[in-house]
Design a protein around this ligand. Structure first.
Ligand code: C2E
Ligand code: CA
Ligand code: CA
Length: 805
């Protein structure tokens, strides 16, 4: 059995202890009672023996006296002298009955016959009687014990003198029940006589025990006596007769080899201990009552100890469950009372700490909106409700475009202000109070729309986009905000809150990449994100397997029509998918950092290409596209230098194109790298100009020599008036800053002419050539030259053959 509670354990320990003490006590008492009882039985037996011996002595004295009186009787002597044996017999018998003897015998030596009064045949008596008389002849009066036919007698022999001895009187008592009863009355002991003569076994002719017990005693005694050595006493140990234990004492009356007589004195041990038995019983009752009282006491005390502990445990459980209102009530002044008070103050402290942690954990301090954790919690609850009521639920996730750059240009505090304003606008475009707006950190926001299906989600999203269309004023500046916005709906798109949110995020990334407003999640998005995993390993092997190829697109002088420069553009010759365009893997490579290896590869390829062109006498610079990750690498100038040296090409053979946004990711480090490159003599161009946020003051500080107007303005400039205005002012801006201006995306002659008219320096586009495999370039160029000018020589003159050491 297991005792789980402290209460029962205390009770069990103390109960076991008390019971143990009581049991040991009772055993000790019982043992000492028995020891005392045995000692007292032993003493009684000793006294009994003494009484018995004096009883025999007294009987012997009575016999002697009786016989002596008869021996001095004149008439008796007369009868002997006159051989009147009838008178002798009658006198014997008179005297016998007077003193109560069991036998009386006269023996006259001359006559050699016995005169016997009593029922004893002469032939039985003769032997023993003559032996007794012979001893009396030597010693005078003689007393002795004799067994006649299994019946023991106590005999005395007295001479009859006139004055010479004329005969002998022998008188005797039977050792029988009468004697046993007498001794029993005097000593309160059981008395059994056992005897043996050479012609018979041990037997008992008298006993105060019942028949069966006396027979059992005879049997046991016979064995005991046979075991002892001849001179010894039989062993006085206890004897068990008929389930009663007797203290036993053997008293040898005589013990010769041919005859023996013992008196066995016995006292029942049980009887002797009987008076103590009641005492023991009383003691037992007292013990039980004591134990019961003790049990009650123990239970009361252990309850008093454990009740407050149980209460504390209960309170702790409540604390665990988050219930801090519960208090331990105790007016005790002892340790348990103190513990209770300590518990109360602990739960108060935990409650207040949890409150502040909760606030930190679920609240965005800056925008005063719930954070991601809080949003997930509320989303989980809302989904449970939606599941129960069979309703829809939508989640919008929004991520601001280029917030990092804005933050870098305007400063952290303005960035915060902007986020604040965005948060307010999002909140204003929700439908009702139950909609939850949260900030996920950085520039990511989310809106939970309970009971909203896809259509409602889309309408809220478009309301949101509309509120963001008005530029936000931060410190006297107006900032245009665009954002990627993804929508996912329960139960259409996901089963649990994590999945729903991640799918809304996937839709959001898609929206950011495609720049096309709010996008609702489609299962295809998820597969593509799984594709990303394998894309990473595929791209790595693409680098080592040389699947990446360099394509060349020329840049043409719009006035002279000469090829003045080229751009290196990457292509992936995928073993299964065929030719893969950079838009499909460059953003991914930038994201994973693989772009660094790709950039080095392209620089090497470009340098090698430049070396072959040089061997053909052609000196046209190749522009390589560089990403943000490359710019934060301080070692980039060094690496480029090594590459140029390896291929023995001049610094002027390679130029770099850098997008505005890649500089704005980390302007300080980018500026350092660009300065170093520029000092090396590497020409730098700003790519995709017009799509980023670079401020003019910033642009002025950069060591660039060329501006590339983004193709999105150029492609439709002949139709779109505003695009054409942007292009024109960009050309003027570039020139004012002392930069050459390149337009990319020229797809027809009309645009060429427009740009030429606007004063644009160079052009790049499908109209002149699509990007082509590097090895095709020389053929293309000779064809272009045929239709244009003698180009090779003039370029050769323009580019000095300076080489880096
Ligand atoms: P980009 O640097 O702005 O390159 C010009 C892109 O405009 C090229 O696309 C080119 O094929 C395309 N283009 C040129 N003329 C026309 C035209 O008349 N009409 C149209 N519709 N497009 C024209 P491409 O080669 O697909 O490259 C796309 C972008 O991938 C590049 O834009 C560049 O940002 C990136 N990229 C390409 N190669 C590399 C590379 O080696 N390294 C890095 N970091 N980025 C690269
Ligand atoms: Ca470019
Ligand atoms: Ca470009």
């Amino acid at each position: 059995m297991q005792f789980k509670s402290l209460k029962s354990r205390i009770a069990v320990v103390f109960l076991t202890l008390i019971l143990l003490i009581q049991i040991v006590g009772s055993i000790a008492i019982k043992l000492s009672i028995e020891k005392n009882a045995r000692a007292s039985v032993n003493e009684q037996l000793q006294i009994g023996e003494r009484i018995f011996r004096s009883l025999l002595e007294q009987n012997g004295e009575n016999l002697s006296q009786g016989a002596r009186i008869l021996a001095t009787d004149y008439g008796f002597r007369q009868a002997i002298a006159s051989n009147d044996y009838e008178t002798v017999l009658s006198a014997l018998s008179n005297h016998q009955s007077r003193i109560g003897a069991d036998i009386a015998i006269f023996y006259a030596p001359g006559r050699d016959s016995l005169t016997i009064s009593g029922s004893l045949p002469e032939d039985v008596a003769r032997g023993k009687v003559s032996a007794l008389i012979k001893s009396a002849q030597n010693n005078g009066d003689t007393r002795d014990f004799v067994v006649f036919k299994n019946q023991p007698y106590q005999l005395v022999a007295v001479p009859v003198k006139a004055p010479l001895t004329i005969g002998w009187i022998v008188m005797g008592f039977k050792i029988n029940n009468e004697l046993a009863q007498k001794l029993n009355k005097l000593s309160n002991l059981e008395v059994t006589f056992i005897s043996k003569s050479n012609d018979s076994h041990w037997s008992s002719m008298a006993s105060t025990l019942n028949m069966a017990s006396s027979e059992e005693l005879v049997a046991i005694s016979a064995e005991k006596i046979s075991k002892k050595s001849s001179s010894d006493h039989p062993d006085n140990s206890e004897i068990d007769i008929g389930k009663t234990d007797y203290g036993t004492r053997y008293v040898a009356i005589f013990d010769t080899p041919d005859q023996a007589l013992f008196a066995v004195l016995q006292r029942s041990i049980d009887e002797a201990t009987a008076p103590y038995k009641t005492l023991q019983l009383n003691l037992l009752i007292l013990t039980i009552i004591g134990a019961l009282v003790f049990i009650a006491g123990i239970f009361y005390i252990s309850k008093r100890i454990t009740m407050p502990i149980t209460e504390l445990a209960e309170t702790a459980k409540q604390l665990e469950a988050g219930n801090y209102d519960i208090m331990v009530h105790s007016d005790r002044k002892d340790e348990l009372g103190k513990l209770g008070n300590a518990f109360n103050s602990m739960s108060e402290a935990i409650a207040s700490r949890e409150k502040s942690i909760l606030k930190l954990a679920y609240w965005d301090e800056m925008t005063q909106l719930p954070n991601r954790a809080s949003f997930m919690l509320q989303l989980g609850q809302a989904m449970a409700v939606a599941k129960e009521k069979n309703e829809s639920l939508s989640v919008l996730v929004m991520d601001l475009d280029r917030f990092k750059q804005i933050n870098n240009i305007l400063g952290q505090s303005s960035g915060d202000e902007l986020l604040h304003a965005v948060a307010e606008r999002i909140s204003s475009s929700t439908r009702r109070k139950s909609d939850v707006v949260a900030r996920f950190g950085g520039d990511e926001f989310a809106v939970l729309l309970p009971t909203a299906n896809i259509a409602i989600g889309l309408s809220v999203a478009s309301a949101l986009i509309k509120t963001l269309e008005t530029p936000i004023q931060v410190n006297d500046q107006f900032v245009d905000i665009t954002a990627g916005l993804g929508i996912a709906t329960y139960p259409d798109h996901a089963e649990n809150e994590e999945q729903l949110l991640s799918r809304a995020e996937m839709a959001m990334y898609k929206s950011k990449a495609s720049n096309s407003g709010a996008i609702v999640f489609e299962p295809a998005f998820d597969i593509s994100s799984q594709d990303n995993l394998s894309l990473s390993s595929e791209l790595k092997s693409a680098i080592s397997n040389k699947e990446l190829a360099l394509y060349i697109q020329p840049k043409i002088d719009l006035i002279t029509r000469k090829v003045c420069s080229t751009e290196a553009l990457i292509r992936w010759k995928h073993p299964k998918k065929g030719l893969v365009f950079p838009d499909e893997f460059i953003p991914f490579a930038e994201h994973t950092g693989l772009i660094r290896s790709i950039s080095l590869l392209m620089l090497s390829e470009a340098a090698a290409l430049s070396a072959t062109w040089r061997d053909h006498g052609i000196y046209i610079p190749i522009a390589v596209n560089i990403s943000a990750r490359d710019l934060i690498d301080h070692d980039l100038p060094n690496k480029l230098n090594n590459i140029l040296n390896t291929h023995h090409v001049d610094t002027s053979a390679i130029s770099l194109e850098i997008t505005e946004s890649s500089i704005m990711d980390d302007p300080l480090r980018a500026q350092q790298t660009l300065d170093n490159l520029s000092q090396m003599g590497v020409k730098l161009a700003i790519d995709d100009f017009g799509t980023g946020y670079s401020s003019l003051s910033y642009l002025k500080r950069l060591p660039v020599s060329e501006l590339k107007i983004d193709k999105s303005f150029v492609l439709k400039m002949e139709e779109d008036d505003s695009d054409s205005k942007i292009v024109r002012s960009t050309i003027d801006l570039g020139h004012n800053l002392g930069l050459k201006v390149v337009a990319e995306g020229i797809e027809n002659e009309k645009v060429w002419d427009l740009l030429k008219e606007m004063g644009c320096d160079y052009g790049q586009g499908y109209f002149m050539s699509k990007p082509m495999p590097a090895q095709d370039f020389l053929v293309w160029m000779s064809r272009w030259d045929d239709s244009g000018t003698q180009q090779v020589k003039s370029i050769a003159k323009r580019i000095p053959k300076k080489r880096l050491s």
